[in-house]
Design a protein around this ligand. Structure first.
Ligand code: ATR
Length: 271
């Protein structure tokens, strides 16, 4: 079978093996997809060893996406902008890297009926998760993209390399959420911290989506707060997880799986 894996720390909780095995079944591929636990000091050895043994594709997750970026020989424009890599493969003896997180998000937004094209989008957060989705959102043709962050200067820093490419980009602090939003995306880790919920005033258009990049069995505090403030729809990041996996799968195997049935299956497992 084709050998693929996901590398991270921790890694036991990763859903990537089941997602990729389900995709492989759909596409009629024999695939073995494993979890690799690494540490800071042996990450690159693990990566080199995996490909030396004929590995086809490697996903990289927390906390190694920046290390993978430093290791790759050939880096895609998306990974370049993200400063992080979640998808590695070998081609002509060189280690190639891409970042599929942002395109996974955009595809999930489209699946939900919220194509970001010509939409007013508010992105909350300026860490790695926000950075990874910035370029794909711009490429999707947003009308307005404002990045706001608890530390406003970080939002400003995040947009500055791209600000000259589009007039749609703005940055500010959490007190700069004024405006009417079609899509609001939470890219902060606040949903994982029950004691510090994200509390920002928001105004939504009549058909608006609140999207939290994290996921869980229950709607996240951010999703609940947005629904209370008038968002008509909300979603968590499970679809983004499946979306980024589908994109990695397509890079490695040249076949595009259908995320929908896999997403339904994962959702049932969470309940
Ligand atoms: P990730 O890779 O998940 O983006 P990160 O790089 O540590 O993780 O970034 C975390 C993001 O969540 C940052 O935007 C952070 O805001 P600061 O830059 O001001 O630190 C944001 N964040 C974390 N906890 C938060 C909270 N309770 N309220 C608001 N923002 C929060």
């Amino acid at each position: 079978p084709l050998q693929c894996a996901v590398i991270g720390n921790p890694i036991a909780h990763s859903r990537s093996p089941e997602i990729h095995h389900a995709f492989a079944k759909q596409c009629g591929l024999a695939l073995q997809y494993q979890r690799l636990l690494a540490n800071d000091n042996d990450f690159s050895d693990h990566v080199r060893g995996f490909f030396a043994q004929g590995g086809r594709g490697l996903n990289v997750t927390v906390p190694f996406k920046e290390k993978a970026f430093a290791l790759a020989d050939v880096i895609s424009p998306r990974a370049q902008q993200a400063g992080a890599i979640n998808t590695l493969w070998m081609q002509d003896g060189q280690l190639h890297g891409c970042n599929t997180d942002g395109i996974g998000l955009v595809q999930d937004l489209i699946r939900l009926g919220f194509d970001p094209k010509q939409q007013r989008v508010l992105l909350i957060g300026a860490g790695g998760a926000a950075r990874g989705v910035l370029l794909p959102l711009i490429e999707a043709g947003v009308k307005q993209l404002r990045v706001v962050n608890r530390t406003a200067a970080k939002a400003q820093q995040l947009i500055s390399p791209l600000a000259h490419t589009t007039s749609a980009l703005e940055a500010g602090g959490l007190d700069n959420t004024q405006g009417i939003w079609d899509i609001v995306i939470n890219a902060t880790s606040s949903s994982l911290q029950a004691r510090h919920p994200l509390d920002v005033p928001l105004s939504f258009s009549s058909q608006a989506l609140a999207y939290d990049m994290v996921y869980g069995a229950q709607p996240t505090p951010f999703m609940q707060s947005c629904l209370q403030q008038g968002a008509s729809h909300s979603a968590d990041g499970l679809g983004m997880l499946v979306g980024q996996a589908a994109e990695s799968f397509a890079i490695w195997h040249g076949q595009r799986p259908d995320p929908a049935p896999v997403l339904t299956f994962l959702r049932q497992q969470l309940e």
